[in-house]
Design a protein around this ligand. Structure first.
Ligand code: URA
Length: 197
């Protein structure tokens, strides 16, 4: 009976997430010119790990799936190093609508979208969350900076949060810094996957 109640709750929350996404007008991002559609989280709702990015870019907006552009390719490569198929985990973003010119979402837009992300997390109830870049870190810890916090575990509710750099950050690095950044992201992912064991 306990399992049955849990299932009913899950179905209820999932329906709420879907309805919410379709109908949401909580901020002005969905009226932006570059906006085609809302990009929902994607993957396995039973995943013990959730990856959170910033928001859809051009490709994501076009295809309606998170992390399918250049950053997505980097993410796929990274996941393949751990033998993880992205369909087995859950990938989402802080905001579900592409911000104009891919700018960082404003605080009010993050706030407006937070209800959906909170529902997703409640629905999936992951053990581990990897935040990719500054925006999802600030969702949980508004005062913290990614350069200070990357690689350091944060405990929030029942989640262990591992903040790391956004994969697109790699694209902006050169030389030695590039190699260090790659190693740091790899090590953060490794720690996150080890935590599941
Ligand atoms: N960058 C993000 O933060 N999210 C995406 O979905 C794609 C690129």
């Amino acid at each position: 009976e306990k399992n049955e109640t849990a299932k009913i709750m899950k179905d209820f929350i999932y329906k709420k997430i879907k309805d919410y996404l379709i109908e949401c007008r909580n901020c002005s991002l969905c009226f932006a010119e570059c906006h085609t559609q809302k990009v929902a989280g994607d993957g396995n709702f039973s995943s013990p790990i959730v990856l959170i990015g910033e928001g859809p870019g051009e490709e994501e907006d076009k295809l309606g799936k998170p992390f399918v552009g250049r950053a997505g390719q980097l993410l796929n490569t990274l996941l393949s190093k751990f033998n993880v198929d992205r369909n087995r985990i859950y990938i989402t973003n802080v905001v579900k609508c592409r911000p104009p010119k891919n700018r960082t979402p404003y605080v009010n837009e993050v706030k407006a979208c937070s209800e959906i992300l909170n529902l997703e997390l409640e629905f999936i109830s992951p053990k581990v969350i990897i935040t990719l870049g500054s925006t999802p870190l600030k969702f949980f810890r508004p005062e913290q900076s990614i350069t200070k916090m990357r690689g350091i575990w944060i405990k929030e509710k029942n989640y262990w949060i591992m903040p790391t750099y956004h994969p697109a950050y790699i694209l902006r690095q050169r030389g030695e810094r590039l190699e260090t950044t790659k190693k740091e992201i790899y090590s953060d992912f490794k720690n996150a996957f080890l935590k599941l064991k």
